[in-house]
Every structure is written in C-alpha cells, then in structure tokens.
Design a protein around this ligand. Structure first.
Ligand code: ARG
Ligand code: ZN
Length: 877
C-alpha cells in the first residue's frame, strides 16, 4: 500500500488531552489511555468515523463516554487499528491494552534494552503502545503516570516536568509526568530502569533554571562529561543565534545500547544511542567526540525545529530534519574550524547522498510517496535537506534568514506544518521570490554543472550549464537555481576580481568579467555553495587551485578532483594493459592485475609534496587533503565501476606515496606526537588526524613498525585504533596478536567491540568468508543494531573490493544477513538492503548476481513491507 503526499486529509478527530497510565512489566505491560477527543472542524465529512492506529496490541477494554464499547462497534483496520463509528463531536475514549516489551525486537514502541524500559515512537511507534491517531498533525497535551517495581526500576521518566511520585504495595512505586506543551505522538517517551543520573544545570537567558540530567548505566557516569558540555553549549548557542530558549524545568537524556538510529528528540526526554553519549579518551575516538557534540546539539535543536513546530505529515520530514541538520552543522562549525567541518560534511554528503540520488531509491527532499516511512530517514531528507536550507540562507542572506526563522516560529508555534510554510516564511521575511527555488524540494537527482570559458581582450566569459539526470518516476528535470560562490585567481595566485555569488537559474548562462590582464582560473562553488557535481576544469587548473586558491574548500576539492581524475585514468590504463612478466601491481593488490604495471604520476606526487610542505600550518586540513578519494567515490564517477581495478589503483597509490614521502611522513609522525595531556579541542584533534594519516601512509608502504609501537603505547582510542587499522590492513605478523589483545582488553565495552568488528569488516584482508565467520563470533548479535552496522553495514558499504568480489559471495553474505535480520528488526534489515541496489553501476556479471540476491530476498515469505519496498524498488529501477 503506497501512501501518497497528494492524498493528505486532515484527521476526523483531534485529541486535546491524553492521560496515560503505564504499569510496566517485561512481558505484560498494561497501558490505560484516556483520550479527550474533539471532532476536527477542518476535516471533511461531518460524521466521519474515529480511526485509531494500533499494532501488536492486545485490547483489554474500550469505553466511550463511560459506556463499554461492544465488539460490534469496533471496526478492525488492516494494520491492527480500530475504527469506531458514531463518536460524538466531543467524547472521551478509555482503552486498556497489554503489550510485551520483552518480545519487541523491532525496537519501535516500548522495548527492553539491557533490562531497562525504553521507547522509540518516531515515526510510527506510538501505535505499538496504545490505540491512537498516530500521525503528527494530531497534537495533544499528555500526562503520564508510570508504575513499576521499585527495585528493578528506581528511575521512572517521561516527557515534560515531574509531577509527583510515591510508593505502592508489593514493592512497586509510581511517578507522574506532565508535559505542558502540545505534541505529536511520535515525541512521546518513557524510560524506566536501573539507571544513574549525571546532573548539571543551565540558566536560560530569561532566567529559567533547567535541571539537566544524563541517565546511563551504573559505571558509565564518568563518560558523560563531553555530552553534558555539548548540551550546555547547544542551549547557549540556540539562544545567541536564534533567540530560542528551552521551555521546561528539566531536560533529560537517557542513553541505551539498543537503538535503531542515533538518537531521538522526545520532548524533554531525549533518548540516545550510547554511541552518541559515552566518551572517555581510552574508549572513544576523536570522531566519536565530534559525533557526540553534533548529535546532542541536533536533538536539542529539535526542541524548536521539530517539536514546538512540527510536521503535518511524514512527507514533510525534511522540514524538521533538513533544518535541524543545517542548525547542528552551523553549531559545530562555530565550535572550531568551520572550513574543516565543511569538508567533512561535504565528504559525507557525497559518500551517502549522491549515490542515493543516483540509485533506485532516489527521491526528492520532500518525497511524493512511500510504502514504509522508516525507509525515508535518508541522506537525501537529512543531508541534502540541510544543503537546501543552507542555499536558501545564502540566497536571501544571513539576516533575512534569521528574520525568516523568527517569522516561521511566530506563525507556526504549536502547529504541524509543511515545507511550503517554511519557504513562505523565508520568502515573506526576505521579499525574495522562492517559488523556483522550491524545485530543490520537489526534484530528485544531483544537478550536474559544466564549465566553459572564453577569454579575449581582458574580457572573461564563464559559461555555466546545468542538467539533472532522470531518476525513477521523474524522467524530465527543470533547471534549479544554483548559488555559485566564486572568485577569479590570476596567474600569480591572487584574487583578480571581487568574490561573488552567481545565481545560475537557467539551463545555461554566461557570466562576464571585464578588465582582466590575463586569463584567470575560476574558483567555483566556494564552501560548496550548492550540492551539485561540477566538471569542465582541466587537470592543470585543478592543480593550480589546489595550490593557490584562497578558499579552503576549493583547495581541498581541487586536490580531490585532481586525484580523482588521475585515479580514473590509472584505472583505465590498468584495464587496458596486457599482463607483463614479473612486476606486480602491489604486494596486497589484486591477483587479477598481477603482472601489470602502475607508476606514481608525478603531478599527484607534486600536489602531495606541496600539501606536506604546508601540512603543519593547518594539520586538520592537511589530513583531509592528503586522504585519497575513497574507492566508492571513484566508482561513483564511472558509468560501470571496476571494484578490483579501483582497489588496485588506490592501494598502489597509497603505497607509492608512502614510499616516496616516507621520510616526511616519519618526520610528521615524530613532530606531532603529543607530549601534553590528552585534549579534544580542534587543534589537538587535527594534530592526531595528521599524525595518523602519516602512520597510515607509512603502513601502506609496508612500514608497520611504527604502528606496532603506537599500538602498544597508545593511551587514547584514536591513536590505538589508527595503529590497529594499519596492522589489520597489513600482512604484519603482529596483526592477529594485536586483534586478540584489543578484543581481550575491550570485550566488556560494547562500543569498543563495535570498532573491533568494523576494522576487520572494512579491511581489504577481510573477504566475504571472513566477514561471515565474524558473524558467527560469539560477540556478534543480530538484535543489537550497533553491532549489525559495525559488521554488516561496514562490510557492505566500506569494503567495496570484498563486497563486490566477482564470486558474488559478498552479495550472498549481505542477503543472508538481510533475511535473518528481517525476522528480528525490519527497520535495520531494510536499511541494509541499499548496497545491493546499486547493481546498475556494476558490470553485467556482478549486476546479475546482485539482482539474484535481491530476488532471493523478495521471494521470502513473510518479508516485512519495509524490506520489500527497498528490494522491489531496487529491482524495478
Ligand atoms: N528524529 C530522529 C533524529 O533525527 C530520528 C529518529 C528516526 N527513527 C526512526 N525509526 N525512523 O534525530
Ligand atoms: Zn533529527
């Protein structure tokens, strides 16, 4: 059953007040709900029935206005919901249901994680707790009374402010929570169990004292400092940047090990995957620290963009997610090096969103239809959605954008609204017509920009042309307004024109610059001003920009594009070569290419040498710029990829660059050793990143002694893991021993064990058989999403050579896992399907094997609708 955006109808009934009483029990939790209903004046059909969603509920009783509803008044809806005819315009419905948290392996609704009760209601989990119109345009006030065994559940949390607690007979106790703000059901939450609180407080700008608490398992109290600090900085930032203050007396966070996503912004009670809360230097990497800061901020920012102003329906998901990702990116950029943060965000967009836009699941930022909404929590809705907000801000200017935000919130506080409402606020606040710009929300696919140039008599003409390739269901595309931040660089490496923001609105436009002494080199898409692909610059121009541009993004981008073009040429050369005697491509390169020769291109060596020469000026930037484009990125530039050749080329280049600059890498590794105390500020993180990049190049060149020493002596997880990665990817005799030592040391730390799985899953030395063996390791657990992602997700998305092994074993392993997972957790299973969807990019033999695995999954009886949607769309494209 496909849900379509155009079919939206307002609900027949609104819910004014919800009073819940939840008696917690592992297998038989009782939920009593009292709903104060009112017919919706905006709905068509004056006598329409009341429809309540419900799923996996055992109904015990239903009472309407004090009178029990007989069976024959309850219509049963397909998914498990109820339909009640003849409900008066104002009515009170009381239901009681029984549910089993223990049996809930979906991790949607109320479930157990490590013995503690936790809920996840977005998008459609509340219907697994009680009968309710479980759609975001029904906003209600909630009171929640929780009741549980005091010994098992000393902590009882829900949304809003605490409102009493007390003892009950038989060792039970209760607590009541009142949320004064109306909210959609997807923001409901309960957490109960044996957790301990790390406390702090925050005084809002207008003087409200907010009690902050992070609830974690006993023993993890020492790992919450960074999350708490990030929370307080987020609260301050939102006041300073948008004038937005927190609006309850408490802000609680609970961290759990079993969680489908990163975190959830439930009103006043955010629930987090432990991965995005817990951090100690010994157990968390610098990337983990950055992830925590970002996700804590993201969930906090949702309080206004998502909770106070929410979505009318799930097609509007990017209204809250794109905007909130934009806000968290902006916040993180403000905390340290904005340029380096931007590179990381762009790298992520290209790694996840561009392939999605080019694949079978391509959809607009505001989708038009879905089967399972959980399949649309995508890089397109989140990351591209954030890019669209960023472009809008660039077009109307920061001040107008701020005014637009004020207007959006003033107009729509406590409402469930649409993306059009957001765009309208920006348009009204800025006086800029954004109707054409809205195409960015409606059209799927990544626009491609092509550059042409002409120069004569001091007049430079830049011609930009755009086109967007067809995507499933959208054969024809219109031009979109593309903001192109740019400058011109003269032959001496200086800016020779005022930097400008060009607006490319048509399929093709000329931009003319007069009075130039010589032909300049255009520096385009500074700061990545639009989520597009750009082509048309020569290798020579890219090399020039990599060395001379004043914009850090363009310098990085040009070096990446230079490396990409070089690698693509090498892939072609390798494929067309006849095998020669003796010289192999690389010690650990592919057997398929042994006897063929590759040489280190001098241009790439020169760029690398220049980067190394300036590396200490900005170590974080240098680390980013020194990294070769990923194998996946190279594959995405080819019509038909060649995973083996790409892998061979990249491995060869890493080794060759490592050998060529061995002395400089070794010197960097020495110089950047941190003698002082461990710190996680941007500067310290940048130094470690560059130092470990050097270590990796040395490892690729066969020098693993340094990695062994670093592994043995490391006192923080960043350095330990970087060293272990070098060993795991090498044929060093220390490899197995290091893996065993790491496992022995960290076997009680699930988040660290995840890293142990991931390192191996992504190593070129791990083939499908080895990955499969890891899935039989006693520490592997299909019921834990982090563990599944750490092995299966990492293998399929991060080890292309093994995943795309010509034998098809990589595909088979993934399909086996999807099938097994679909019986446990359909949301996670459906997510794992994606890598199989990109079969069009592979050669005919691989494509056929990928499709065969998709068919095998599709044929499984009882497959979930979410997995089926992904599989069938993958096959149809
Ligand atoms: N709203 C959450 C966030 O982005 C994501 C929750 C999505 N959960 C899901 N099961 N689809 O912060
Ligand atoms: Zn979000």
């Amino acid at each position: 059953p496909t849900i379509r955006r155009e079919d939206y109808r307002p609900p027949a009934f609104l819910v004014e007040q919800v009073d819940l009483h939840i008696a917690l029990h592992p297998t038989a939790t009782r939920v009593r709900a009292r709903l104060a209903l009112r017919r919706n004046p905006d709905a068509a059909g004056a006598a329409a029935a009341l429809e309540l969603d419900g799923e996996a509920l055992r109904l015990l009783s239903a009472v309407l206005d004090g009178a029990p509803l007989p069976e024959d008044r309850l219509g049963h809806l397909p998914g498990g919901g109820l339909r009640i005819e003849g409900v008066p315009d104002a009515a009170v419905l009381e239901t009681e249901v029984e549910i089993s948290p223990e049996a809930n392996s979906e991790l949607s609704g109320l479930y157990l994680s490590g013995g503690n009760y936790v809920t996840q209601c977005e998008a459609e989990g509340f219907r697994r707790i009680t009968y309710f119109p479980d759609r975001p345009d029904v906003m209600a006030r909630y009171t929640t009374t929780l009741e549980a065994d005091r010994a098992a559940c000393p902590v009882l949390l829900s949304n809003g402010n605490p409102d009493g607690a007390g003892e009950l007979p038989d060792g039970r106790h209760w607590a009541r929570w009142v949320d004064p703000h109306p909210k959609p059901s997807y923001l409901f939450a309960v957490v109960a169990g044996d957790l301990v609180a790390v406390r702090d407080s925050f005084t809002t700008r207008s003087g409200r004292e907010v009690a902050l608490a992070i609830y974690v398992r006993r023993g993890d109290e020492d790992a919450c400092g960074h999350a708490m600090d990030s929370l307080k900085r987020s609260m301050r930032w939102d006041e300073e940047t948008y004038g937005l203050e927190y609006d309850l007396d408490v802000f609680n966070i609970a961290a759990v090990s079993d969680f489908n996503m990163g975190a959830m912004e439930n009103k006043g009670l955010n629930v987090f995957n432990t991965k995005y809360i817990l951090a100690r230097p010994e157990t968390a990497t610098d990337m983990d620290y950055e992830g925590i800061e970002t996700v804590v901020a993201h969930e906090y920012f949702h309080n206004w963009t998502g909770n106070r102003v929410t979505c009318r329906d799930w097609f509007q998901l990017s209204l809250k997610e794109g905007l909130t990702v934009f806000r968290d990116q902006h916040f993180s950029a403000d905390q340290g090096s904005a340029a380096v943060k931007r590179l990381a965000d762009v790298r992520r967009l290209r790694a996840a969103q561009f392939p999605e836009d080019a694949g079978p699941m391509a959809h607009p930022v505001r989708p038009d239809s879905y089967v399972e909404i959980n399949n649309f929590y995508t890089a397109t809705v989140y990351q591209k959605g954030a890019e669209v907000v960023r472009m809008m801000r660039a077009l109307i200017g920061a001040e107008n954008f701020r005014r637009g935000m004020d207007l959006y919130i003033a107009r729509h506080d406590n409402q469930a609204v649409t993306i059009e409402d957001f765009v309208r606020a920006m348009q009204d606040a800025s006086g800029t017509d954004l109707s054409r710009f809205s195409r960015w929300y409606a059209q799927a696919g990544t626009p491609e920009l092509r550059v042409r140039e002409a120069f004569a008599d001091g007049r430079y003409t830049l011609t930009l042309a755009q086109s967007t390739p067809p995507t499933p269901g959208q054969p024809e595309k219109l031009p979109v307004p593309v903001p192109v931040a740019m400058g011109l660089i003269g032959p001496e490496g200086a800016e020779v024109a005022e930097p400008r923001l060009l607006l490319l609105e048509e399929a093709e436009q000329d931009f003319v610059f007069e009075g130039l002494a010589a032909k300049p080199v255009p520096s385009l898409l500074r700061g990545f001003s639009a989520p597009v692909k750009l082509s048309g610059l020569t290798l020579e121009q890219l090399g020039f920009l990599a060395a001379h541009d004043t914009d850090a993004f363009v310098r990085w981008e040009s070096s990446q594009q230079y490396a990409t073009a070089t690698m693509l040429a090498m892939v072609e050369a390798l494929r067309s070569q006849e095998p020669k005697a003796e010289r192999a491509v690389h010690a650990s390169g592919d057997a398929a290419f042994s006897g063929r020769t590759l040489e280190l291109p001098e241009g790439l060596a020169a760029i690398t040498g220049a980067l190394l020469g300036r590396a200490l000026e900005d170590p974080a930037f240098a680390a980013e710029a020194l990294a070769l484009p990923s194998e996946e990125f190279i594959a995405d530039q080819m019509t038909i990829a060649d995973p083996e050749a790409i892998h061979a080329v990249r491995q060869f280049l890493r080794g060759a660059l490592g050998r060529r600059f061995a002395a400089r890498f070794a010197a960097l590794h020495e110089t950047l050793a941190d003698a002082g105390p461990y710190r996680t500020d941007g500067a310290a993180i940048g130094r470690r990143a560059l130092r470990n990049a050097a270590l990796a190049y040395l490892g690729a060149a066969g020098e693993t002694g340094r990695a062994e020493a670093q592994f043995a002596g490391a006192t923080n997880m960043t350095d330990s893991l970087a060293a272990l990665r070098v060993l795991v990817d090498s044929d060093s005799p220390a490899r197995e021993q290091a893996l065993a030592a790491f496992h022995a040391r960290w076997k009680e730390e699930p988040l660290v064990l995840d890293k142990w799985f991931t390192l191996q899953a992504m190593s070129p030395r791990t083939d499908a058989a080895a990955a499969e063996a890891l899935s039989r390791h006693p520490d592997f657990d299909l019921r834990n999403p982090n563990r599944v992602r750490s092995l299966v997700g990492a293998f399929a998305a991060g080890n292309p050579a093994a995943f795309h092994a010509a034998s098809g074993e990589g595909y088979r392993f993934l399909a086996d896992m999807v099938i097994a997972l679909d019986a446990v957790n359909t949301q996670v299973a459906a997510r794992m399907v994606s890598p199989l969807g990109h079969w069009k990019r592979q050669d005919a033999a691989r494509g056929a094997r990928m499709r065969a695995e998709l068919e095998r999954i599709a044929a499984r009886p009882g497959l979930s609708k979410g997995t089926y949607e992904k599989v069938s769309k993958s096959l149809a494209a």
